[in-house]
Write a protein that binds this ligand. Structure first.
Ligand code: FMN
Ligand code: SF4
Ligand code: SF4
Length: 212
């Protein structure tokens, strides 16, 4: 969930999905705060518009928040608790999905209203939000930020990242920099970074076909 809805790249992807032969369509939304229903309903709406049918089931999983422009990520035991609760919940979701259980999508009038007002505002200029990004002298030119960017939005120029204004604001480059050299504006300095312990940087690089 990004800005009480789908991240822009996921919304576009959902619009291209071909579900003509799908028997059962479900979604798992990860979010860092509360809510999630508005993101599921946005996805349901995109699918219905294209196929007539929407989601058969929708699930919401709380994960450590990664929107570092607003808050640092939880650390220590708080992070551990969130991750173990998510693992337990995923087991239960797995059971429902295996049996193709249909569920009513969660609904919150409040989330729908906030989504309606803020989602278009936040997402309309999202690709240019990297204009706030900067890199400090702590940069060691390792190239990891460039290698893991899901949309190839980073070049290295003279060994330092340059952002090309096609950003999805996933915040991955900020979190993954091993020296904490990437900031967004003035507020991210000192905020806790987070990388999911099951995610290996080398795997991300391989998936994205990038090398350092
Ligand atoms: C740009 C941005 C906006 C976000 N907006 C929300 C939000 O509105 N509500 C929320 O609960 N979490 C929000 N989050 C937190 C993410 O939903 C959460 O960290 C999620 O686990 C991210 O999944 P990912 O690591 O697969 O990108 C936001 C994160 C980002 C980067
Ligand atoms: S990940 Fe950090 S240290 Fe490595 S090139 Fe990018 S900014 Fe520099
Ligand atoms: S890794 Fe950085 S530059 Fe690439 S999409 Fe994510 S936030 Fe934008």
């Amino acid at each position: 969930m990004y800005f009480l809805g789908l991240s822009v790249i996921v919304a576009e992807f959902a619009g291209r999905l071909d579900l003509a032969r799908s028997q059962y369509t479900f979604s798992v939304v990860t979010m860092g705060g509360a809510g999630g229903s508005s993101a599921l309903r946005q996805l349901d709406g995109i699918l219905k518009k294209k196929h007539g049918n929407g989601l058969d089931a929708g699930f919401i999983v709380k994960m450590p928040g990664n929107y570092i422009l607003k808050n640092g990520s939880p650390a220590g035991t708080k992070r551990e608790r969130i991750l173990s609760a998510a693992d337990e919940q995923l087991k239960r979701i797995g059971v429902d999905v295996k049996s193709a259980t249909k569920t009513a999508l969660p609904y919150s009038l409040f989330a729908q209203l906030i989504h309606g007002v803020f989602y278009p505002r936040f997402t309309s200029g999202v690709h240019q939000d990297d204009r706030w990004f900067s890199v400090s002298n702590a940069c060691t030119s390792c190239g990891t930020c460039r290698a893991i960017c899901p949309v190839g939005n980073i070049d290295l120029v003279d060994g330092r990242p340059v952002w090309k204004h096609n950003c999805e604001l996933c915040c991955g480059c900020i979190h993954i920099c091993p020296t904490g050299a990437i900031q967004a504006g003035k507020k991210t300095e000192g905020r806790t970074r987070y990388i999911n312990p099951d995610v290996k940087v080398a795997d991300l690089q391989a998936q994205r076909g990038n090398s350092q």
